[in-house]
Design a protein around this ligand. Structure first.
Ligand code: SF4
Length: 121
């Protein structure tokens, strides 16, 4: 039986932070499930804002400069992978997707959430 006390003590012994990692941003809608896509809403707010990471809005954009980001985070983190896109978007080359998974394998001290949308493939 898990008691409230044991849950609290686990939280105390494991120190972690939550992060997002976006080696890709932007996407295209493929189903009714995309109708209220928060990533689109957020990205499009900054379309045209010069120098902003979402200057191109929700256009699909590979971010190779972020590919190895988790390797530089030395402490355990719960990482939400590709919160601003679908890593399996049909226009993302398989070799790029492989690089994303290679990084997760190399930085295996983290816990990864997603990327399981796969609406495009
Ligand atoms: S697949 Fe996901 S990220 Fe892409 S448009 Fe649909 S809800 Fe948004």
């Amino acid at each position: 039986m898990v008691t409230q006390g044991s849950l609290i003590s686990r939280k105390i012994t494991i120190e972690w932070t939550n992060s997002t990692w976006n080696p890709v941003t932007g996407c295209t809608k493929v189903s009714a499930g995309c109708d209220h896509c928060y990533a689109e809403r957020l990205s499009e707010r900054f379309r045209g804002v010069e120098g902003h990471p979402f200057e191109t809005g929700f256009d699909l954009t590979l971010r190779p400069e972020h590919l190895e980001q988790p390797l530089s985070w030395r402490h355990l983190q719960l990482i939400f992978v590709n919160s601003m896109s679908d890593i399996f978007h049909k226009d993302i080359p398989p070799s790029y997707i492989k690089c994303v998974f290679d990084t997760m394998e190399r930085a295996d001290w983290h816990i990864y959430q997603g990327p399981y949308q796969a609406q495009h493939r």
